[in-house]
Design a protein around this ligand. Structure first.
Ligand SMILES: Nc1ncnc2c1ncn2[C@@H]1O[C@H](COP(=O)(O)OP(=O)(O)O)[C@@H](O)[C@H]1O
Ligand SMILES: [Mg+2]
Length: 152
């Protein structure tokens, strides 16, 4: 798959998130899953928050490090951007050793529902329960003011 790599400041991130959503084709038979890979502090949570804003979510989106899964309904007025998508689901697997805990939280049901757009931080820790063909975004710290994102 072709890889697009760009460096973003915080200010540029919102445009990047909007472009990502515009270019995204949701799956019709299961959830659309985006795996976020990269070290602590590389910008995974911040990018997911920018995605939330691009989708019109006004609730504050905190990092789901302790609750593991957070679910945000899309405002009706914004649904046209992603047709069937109704929920943005933000998962953080940072604390997990493996995917059992997510399995116990009925993650399988979320994966089966095509109304869900699921962003998973630390996707490498639970990659065994993610769809094999999920979108992968790699984050890298460049310097205090910028981060690199590779979209494949
Ligand atoms: N593109 C960016 N440019 C500059 N700073 C960023 C960028 N993305 C995130 N940050 C900053 O980096 C810090 C860590 O980001 P965060 O999203 O929590 O990382 P992660 O979730 O990967 O651990 C935050 O202070 C955030 O404001
Ligand atoms: Mg994070």
């Amino acid at each position: 798959m072709p890889v697009k790599t760009s460096v973003y400041t915080l200010e540029q991130l919102q445009t990047a998130a909007r472009d990502f959503i515009r270019a995204l084709t949701p799956l019709s038979n299961q959830a659309t899953v985006v795996g976020l890979y990269g070290d602590l502090g590389s910008g995974k949570t911040t990018f997911t928050q920018a995605i939330g804003r691009a989708l019109g979510i006004t609730d504050p989106m905190q990092s789901p490090t302790f609750v593991l899964i957070k679910q945000y309904p899309l405002p009706v007025s914004k649904r046209y951007t992603l047709n069937a998508i109704r929920y943005l689901i933000h998962v953080d697997a940072y604390r997990l050793k493996n995917s059992d805990e997510l399995r116990n939280l009925c993650f399988g049901e979320l994966l089966a529902d095509p109304r869900n757009l699921i962003f998973v931080e630390w996707a490498d820790r639970v990659v065994d329960i993610l769809p094999e063909n999920h979108r992968k975004l790699n984050f890298r710290f460049i310097d205090e003011k910028t981060r690199e994102i590779s979209f494949s």
